[in-house]
Design a binder for this molecule. Sequence first.
Ligand SMILES: NC(=O)c1ccc[n+]([C@@H]2O[C@H](COP(=O)([O-])OP(=O)(O)OC[C@H]3O[C@@H](n4cnc5c(N)ncnc54)[C@H](OP(=O)(O)O)[C@@H]3O)[C@@H](O)[C@H]2O)c1
Length: 351
Amino acid sequence: MSFHAVVIEQTVEKGRIREHRAEVRELEDAWLSASDDTDAGTDDGTDAGTDAGTVALDVTYSGLNYKDALAIAGRPGVARTSPLIPGIDVVGRVAESQDARWQPGDRVLLNGAGLGESRHGGLAERAIVPGDRLVRVPDGLSDRQAAAIGTAGFTAMLSVLALERGDLTPEQGPVVVTGAAGGVGSVAIAVLAKLGFHVVASSGRAESEGDYLRGLGAAEVIDRRELSEPGPALQKRRWAGALDAVGGTTLANLLAQTQDFGTVTACGLAGGSELPTTVMPFILRGVTLAGINSVEQPLAAREEAWARLASDLDPALLDGMTTEITLAEVFETADRLLAGGVRGRTVVRAA
Ligand SMILES: NC(=O)c1ccc[n+]([C@@H]2O[C@H](COP(=O)([O-])OP(=O)(O)OC[C@H]3O[C@@H](n4cnc5c(N)ncnc54)[C@H](OP(=O)(O)O)[C@@H]3O)[C@@H](O)[C@H]2O)c1
């Protein structure tokens, strides 16, 4: 059988991408199995794909994440093999399974686990994925909603869980969310507001997206420039906790402005990968910096986060932050996403 997929083909010399093409192609199923690198591996040295068997999916939806946009635009660091079908998220129905846990017809999702990086990802009508990482789509969520949550929403929930592990409660004071109008930020605001937190949304689009952010539950919206100017390592205590998708000076300022024993989560680098700070917030205020990695989460953590997303994210708010596009539309949308011009979440309909 044939299917459509976005395919990236590129050559890399000395860590630099020399030639890069990204386009929709019609492929045969055999191409997927033959060129699939089911050997993403994990940081703990285990083999993610081959042990437990693979599962073939009829994809219903994928999503467009920041990482996907980087790969599609030919920026380095995401696509680790060529040719590659990008897409770090996939939602679909099991078509064939080499894993006893999964049967044809099961509704499943997968985020990360090497998809769209070291093995073919979700921006296609068909996918072959490792059975041992799959999560059943929670009851009450449609395939489209599961894709709308995607890696961004999953990461937002992992960040919320990290804040909770830091014993953060609404009574302690405001929580700030950076990169607020993006995918991670939008889901984080909706979840934290539903949990009763006073959420402060920090955005470069405070004026144009202010109503949108307040509609998600933000109690206040601030201009991101308030957090992006270099400052001392210890500043006035403003936040009980912080959820950061931006990195760089913004993250340094969040650490400097967080109350004693508060937690700051770091998942992103939309504003930079450096961290210009000192040990002072940690040793004088007991601030915790919690790193968030959505790619290599163990299955139990994936299931916990997805169960919480099903219960703590208002589906109407999720639908309101979602834009749907086709495979052919991912190229233009990827450019706009990298330019910071996409609001909320983008789902990609497979067929
Ligand atoms: N660690 C992980 O496992 C993981 C998982 C998912 C995502 N991430 C990372 O998290 C970040 C956010 O992902 P996303 O899916 O939410 O992306 P997104 O939808 O593109 O949103 C990113 C947001 O960051 C803000 N932003 C963009 N450029 C900026 C700049 N130069 N300075 C300050 N803020 C800027 C914008 O928000 P405003 O317009 O509101 O300012 C933008 O909407 C990305 O860096 C992504 O790679 C990491």
